[in-house]
Design a protein around this ligand. Structure first.
Ligand SMILES: Cc1cc2nc3c(=O)[nH]c(=O)nc-3n(C[C@H](O)[C@H](O)[C@H](O)COP(=O)(O)O)c2cc1C
Length: 349
């Protein structure tokens, strides 16, 4: 991908210097972030462009999804643009270099911002053995990750989303949280585990999954992955392509899920992702309950300047609440919203 090559080069020249991003410090999952805006999984699957991406001003990066063994992903074409809607449909299918390559890269690379590592299963691993793949991924990568994301929600690996069913989720997450405890006993470091969920749920399925997440004391929920539905784009010919839809049309649906997770599990931090293409949309995800944010498709359409544009817009909204720090501004804005008061920053959208 040309953008990744350019970012690798930028990383070489940035030499550790980062463009000055507005400071909006956030603490979540026991980690400190310089600002709440991260790069979503899938953009830098193999951790090749960490320095260049950090230089764009992101507060954190999520690399992967990586699987135990390298795999080529689905045949091309597998990525489709819906440019007017600022959306993409992808069915890449976890093309990646495998966990050992990524571990080797992370072992030797500087980490200028917190790095999350998103793990999944190989396409040819049968579903009943999926737990083995995730445990291998955790063992190989947790030592080099600030947090691990368990991806249960990509639509392009057949059967993967079935891991969101309560019994399967309980078995998988139970095993990973045990491995995490064992690692903590050995190394003294507790690696947070986040769970990335889909936007496409029957209401009862989401509720039961959230009960499991509460039971295992999940460290964070990432909401959401791409959608297999076609909200607002169904009339387009490209919309018939199989795969997950991302970008602007996903925003309202992702926010609905964020808001349900926030109501059900107010104590668990949410990383809000899906359809953030400007600061107004980013702020809405935060008001719905997200503590941190991620972007992918917006970056493709708006370019790397989007990181600063969003952070500057969030800075304006924080100041408009009259609070100095991000966390108090956000709680105040959420309180205003629930009490029906018209917050000042609505004018900024
Ligand atoms: C081309 C492409 C590849 C993606 N690959 C992954 C992936 O490997 N793992 C994952 O968890 N999410 C993946 N995603 C989903 C994104 O991380 C994100 O959840 C989704 O695109 C919604 O955010 P956005 O609207 O800002 O793009 C991918 C998205 C796109 C567009």
């Amino acid at each position: 991908m040309a953008a990744l090559v350019a970012l690798r080069v930028l990383g070489l020249f940035a030499g550790g210097k980062r463009a000055k991003a507005p400071r909006l410090p956030v603490t979540a999952m026991g980690l400190e972030f310089g600002n709440p805006l991260g790069l979503a999984a899938g953009f830098d699957k193999n951790g090749c462009a960490i320095q260049g991406l950090a230089a764009l001003g992101f507060g954190f990066l999520e690399v992967g999804t990586v699987t135990p063994r390298a795999q080529p992903g689905n045949p091309r074409p597998r990525l489709f643009r819906l440019a007017e809607q600022r959306a993409l449909i992808n069915r890449l299918g976890f093309n990646n270099d495998g966990m050992d390559q990524l571990a080797a890269r992370l072992r030797t690379s500087r980490r200028p911002v917190p790095i999350g590592v998103n793990i999944g299963k190989n396409r040819d691993t049968p579903l009943p053995r999926a737990v083995d793949d995730y445990r291998l991924g955790f063992a190989a990568l947790a030592p080099y990750a600030d947090y691990i994301t368990v991806n249960l929600s990509s639509p392009n690996t057949p059967g993967l989303r079935a891991l969101q069913e309560p019994e399967r989720a309980r078995e998988l997450l139970g095993a990973l949280y045990e491995d995490r405890a064992a690692l903590e006993r050995r190394s003294g470091r507790r690696v947070p585990i986040a769970v990335k969920i889909a936007p496409d749920f029957a209401p009862e399925t989401l509720e039961t999954l959230l009960c499991v997440l509460k039971e295992v004391a999940c460290d964070a929920v990432i909401a959401t992955n791409t959608t297999v539905e076609r909200p607002g784009v169904g009339h387009l010919r490209t919309a018939t392509e199989q795969g997950g839809l991302s970008g602007a049309p996903l925003g309202p649906r992702a926010r609905e899920i964020i808001s349900k997770v926030f109501k059900a599990l107010p104590e668990i931090p949410i990383i809000g992702v899906g359809g953030i293409v400007d600061a107004a949309e980013a702020w809405k995800h935060l008001l719905a309950g997200a503590s941190l944010l991620q972007i992918y498709t917006g970056l493709i359409y708006e370019g790397p300047g989007l990181v600063h544009t969003i952070l500057a817009g969030l800075g304006d909204r924080v100041r408009a609440t009259g609070h100095d720090d991000f966390a108090s501004a956000l709680s105040a804005a959420r309180r205003n919203l629930s009490s029906g008061e018209e917050p000042n920053m609505v004018k900024l959208s």
